[in-house]
Write a protein that binds this ligand. Structure first.
Ligand code: CP
Length: 333
């Protein structure tokens, strides 16, 4: 693994290695001395052309916990406003000593562009590109799912504990991914990774928010959220943000209307009651409370949304470690 551009590129072995390394990194977070010397003297550049709270801050935190130096670049207030290209911006940062580049960009494929041989020649990590992919989000989601679902009665034989699931995948788990699939790089990244890990995924969305070509994805599609909950009985429900900004940029409106969307596809108190006892609720954030998820659902004991954020730091430490410091073996930290 030279770069992390898409979850589609990960083999089963690589995916499990990334999750096991995330578990090792998560175990360091409870220690008194959280900082590891692993990346001392290395520089990680965070190149963000789109807004972010969780991904940007957690990459910065992850790099610092591994003792790397961090350069944070945000397109706002930079020479991008004077017309500087992605390539020239990236080459400028490389000239300042970048050993790895983390990039978020509104254009699908921007990280692949930077990863071309002969351009930067350092590891490139996709932190979200357009509607295409968000691999580290999918890794932290899979790690969170594995931690919780490894302990359910659906998975006898697992030893409960903080390292539950180590060495395992999500074989046979049922995950519903619900909402604005059309604009969601999180959905695309998760469908690919969860399929590699052996989980069954059902996408639930109004027909207007299902991408053309979804029949080629390794998942099922439903237009009926309630029956998916009551009849399919998922182990986890991952709610997606309704991306109104991408709908307006495409010249479209929000269809169905927000009220209708919420009624048919929102996770509210009534639908929360339909979940199996062990089932958990995820959301990548930021949430539109009251639209795709009610406050009751977001704050319920089933919700692992805050835990997802914490796991994001460990997942990004694992990615930086495996790309920059290791010979692709699990960390012993
Ligand atoms: N989940 C996620 O990518 O959040 P941010 O946009 O805040 O980084």
């Amino acid at each position: 693994m030279r770069h992390l551009l898409s979850t589609k590129d990960l083999s089963h072995e690589e995916a499990v290695l990334l999750l096991d390394t995330t578990a090792a990194m998560a175990a360091t977070q409870g220690r008194e001395i959280k900082k590891l010397p692993t990346l001392r003297g290395r520089t990680v550049v965070n190149l963000f052309f789109e807004d972010s709270t969780r991904t940007r801050i957690s990459f910065e935190t992850a790099a610092k916990r591994l003792s790397a130096d961090v350069i944070n670049f945000s397109a706002k207030g930079s020479s991008v406003s004077k017309g500087e290209s992605l390539k020239d911006t990236a080459l400028t940062l490389k000239a300042m000593g970048a050993d790895a580049v983390v990039v978020r960009h509104h254009a699908s494929g921007a990280p692949h562009f930077l990863a071309q041989p002969g351009l930067l020649d350092v590891p490139v990590i996709n932190a979200g590109d357009g509607t295409h992919q968000h691999p580290t989000q999918a890794l932290l989601d899979a790690f969170t799912l594995r931690r919780h679902l490894a302990n359910t009665s659906a998975n006898p034989g697992q030893v409960p504990g903080v390292d539950a699931g180590v060495g395992h995948d999500l074989a046979g788990r049922k995950i519903a991914i619900v909402g604005d699939v059309l604009h969601s790089r999180v959905a695309r990244a998760n469908v690919a990774l969860l399929a590699t890990l052996g989980a069954h995924v059902t996408l639930v969305a109004p027909p207007t928010l299902v991408p053309v070509g979804v029949h080629t994805w390794p998942c099922s599609v439903s237009y009926d959220f309630t029956s998916t909950l009551t009849q399919w009985q998922p182990d986890a429900v991952m709610m997606l943000r309704v991306q109104r900004e991408r709908m307006s940029a495409a010249g479209g409106g929000f269809f169905p209307s927000p009220a209708e969307y919420s009624r048919q596809y929102g996770l509210d108190a009534a639908r929360l009651q339909m979940l199996a006892d062990h089932a958990i609720v995820l959301h990548p954030g930021p949430m539109n409370r009251g639209l795709e998820i009610s406050a009751q659902a977001a704050d319920s004991p089933r919700s692992v949304i805050v835990e997802q954020v914490a796991n994001g730091v460990a997942a990004r430490m694992a990615v930086l470690y495996l790309l920059l410091a290791s010979e692709q073996t699990p960390a012993t930290v």
